[in-house]
Design a protein around this ligand. Structure first.
Ligand code: UDX
Ligand code: UDX
Ligand code: ADP
Length: 480
């Protein structure tokens, strides 16, 4: 029986290993993590991450060929294939701060593998890492190897949160990069055999190590670029009276462009896009390619612009002040169907409104109050460095309320901001919400989920990203 061990039981490691266990009954999978609460949760009925369909997969395999453990060293030493899926946050200090990936967790995992291994192993990079990380890891492993043979593979994961299980069941492609030596090719085949249990052969791409590493950064950069492109258009649509949904539909009909991933929004979030682009920018700069770096930086600049444009629109529409006004925030997660808030645009929007002294009342069906309070008091990039947590500032606590339903959030509010596209926000009783709000009542839809005409009939002043502005908003131009 092939034994797989995955270091890191997070958003990537957990679901990926659960699906490998489900699809490969002849493979034993152990997911290990240094975090005791995380592993305890994986072994309980309350999994540590919310992901549609995940509970079901875990229930089917846990205790049979899927195990979660904190005994990291034991399971690594027994494994044939070790996946490394630890966090790679952006560095917050020192060389490359704010851009380069922090490989501390990766390096300590590699040193531990070298220490405890007694047999040959295939070590698989699963977390997104800068190009040439495999080379560095290879050096750590071989310099400490005591004669053991390590083969390094890069096998980036392309799943998106909220649809992780679907994405893992039917991936567009599985990408495996390895050394072009006989040993490297053998390792590639061994990992390919695992995926071949359920992924058609033609969808398993094999490349050299660097191509695999770079493809992951490139794919995320291209996806983020599409969103920044449509978001840039949304600003122009508002200025000219065009409708961004109509423009995106017409553009996406061109088969060379395609219809997906063209929804204008208040901005992209999530743990990958910004981090990977910053990483890409840093690599370009280190390789003497400032023009290329500048090109990709612009994707992040437009994303930041979109978020501040949204805040400015809110403040400008409400007579240029939101001081002491109650603003309901519907949705805090970075997208629907996840409880993850890493880099969510809601953080920047809320911070912007709080900076203008608003009182925000936040509702999200999956994010806890504790998480929201922490997100609103941490500095950029600190989210992935739990050790640097700072105490909460008392003023922010007073200005932020977290409530457990949309009606409580909107009661007596001056405005509603929709920041996550949760399905339930489409079918709220907006008449009831309107009746309980201060007048004039505003809705700022950062995800284009509401029926603008219906809401205008009720009496709301409605702003929706990239849609023609109503007369009120035209008279109160936002200066970005
Ligand atoms: C992304 C990639 O999609 C995935 O392949 C990679 O493995 C990890 O990074 P994820 O961040 O989980 O996945 O979610 P994704 O669906 O890509 O959304 C990212 C952000 O873009 C979200 O904030 C989402 O709301 C936003 N988005 C997405 C838009 O604003 N408009 C769109 O059309 C699509
Ligand atoms: C373009 C649009 O495709 C078309 O829809 C529009 O109506 C007019 O402009 P055209 O300029 O005739 O058409 O040719 P196109 O095939 O788009 O190529 C434009 C340039 O891009 C060419 O120089 C081509 O060599 C280059 N190109 C195209 C690339 O360098 N790489 C590619 O992958 C595709
Ligand atoms: P991702 O979204 O990439 O999966 P997460 O932050 O959700 O990232 O998960 C990474 C996990 O890796 C965390 O649960 C963390 O505790 C774990 N981890 C980090 N370093 C180590 C290590 N050296 N050994 C075991 N687990 C680790």
């Amino acid at each position: 029986m092939v034994k797989i061990c995955c270091i890191g039981a997070g958003y990537v490691g957990g679901p990926t290993m659960a699906v490998i266990a489900l699809k490969c009954p002849d493979v034993q999978v152990v997911v290990v993590d240094i975090s005791v609460p995380r592993i305890t949760a994986w072994n309980s009925d309350q999994l540590p991450i919310y992901e549609p369909g995940l509970d079901d997969v875990v229930k089917q395999c846990r205790g049979k060929n899927l195990f979660f453990s904190t005994d990291v060293e034991k399971h690594v030493s027994e494994a044939d294939i070790v996946f490394v899926s630890v966090n790679t946050p952006t560095k917050t200090r020192g060389l490359g701060a704010g851009k380069a990936a922090d490989l501390t967790y990766w390096e300590s995992a590699a040193r531990m593998i070298a220490d405890v291994s007694k047999s040959d192993k295939i070590v698989v990079e699963k977390s997104t890492v800068p190009v040439k990380t495999a080379e560095a890891i290879e050096k750590i492993l071989t310099h400490n190897s005591k004669g053991i043979n390590f083969q390094i593979l890069s096998n980036p994961e392309f799943l998106a949160e909220g649809t992780a299980i679907e994405d893992l069941f039917k991936p567009d492609r599985v990408l495996i990069g390895g050394r072009e030596t006989a040993g490297g090719q053998k390792a590639i085949q061994a990992l390919k055999a695992v995926y071949a249990h359920w992924v058609p052969e033609e969808n398993i791409i094999t490349t050299n190590l660097w191509s695999a590493e770079l493809s992951k950064l490139a794919a995320n950069a291209f996806l983020a670029q599409r969103i920044s492109s449509v978001n840039a258009m949304s600003a122009l649509c508002e200025a000219t009276g065009a409708n961004v949904s109509e423009v995106a539909y017409a553009v996406g009909k061109d088969t060379r462009i395609g219809p997906k991933f063209l929804n204008a929004s208040v901005g992209f979030g999530g743990s990958c896009f910004q981090k990977d682009i910053l990483n890409l920018v840093y690599i370009c700069e280190c390789n003497g390619l400032p023009e290329v770096a500048e090109y990709w930086k612009q994707v992040i600049k437009i994303n930041d612009y979109q978020k501040s444009r949204f805040v400015n629109r809110v403040v400008a529409s409400m007579f240029n002040t939101v001081s002491s006004k109650k603003i309901a925030i519907l949705g805090f997660a970075f997208k629907k169907d996840t409880g993850d808030t890493r880099e969510t645009p809601a953080i920047d929007v809320c911070k912007g409104l709080l900076g203008d002294k608003a009182c925000v009342s936040i509702y999200d069906p999956q994010v806890t109050e504790d998480q929201i309070q922490r997100d609103l008091t941490l500095n950029k990039f600190d989210w992935d460095h739990p050790l640097h947590l700072q105490p909460m500032s008392p003023t922010t606590v007073k200005q932020v309320a977290v409530v457990w339903d949309a009606y409580a959030a909107t009661k007596d509010a001056h405005a509603v901001c929709i920041l996550t596209e949760w399905d339930e926000f489409k079918s709220l009783d907006y008449q009831r919400i309107y009746d309980n709000m201060q007048k004039p009542a505003f809705i700022f839809d950062g995800r284009n989920v509401v029926d603008i005409e219906k809401l205008r009939e009720i009496g709301f002043i409605v702003y929706s990203i990239g849609k023609p502005l109503d007369a009120w908003l035209k008279d109160m131009p936002a200066i970005a």
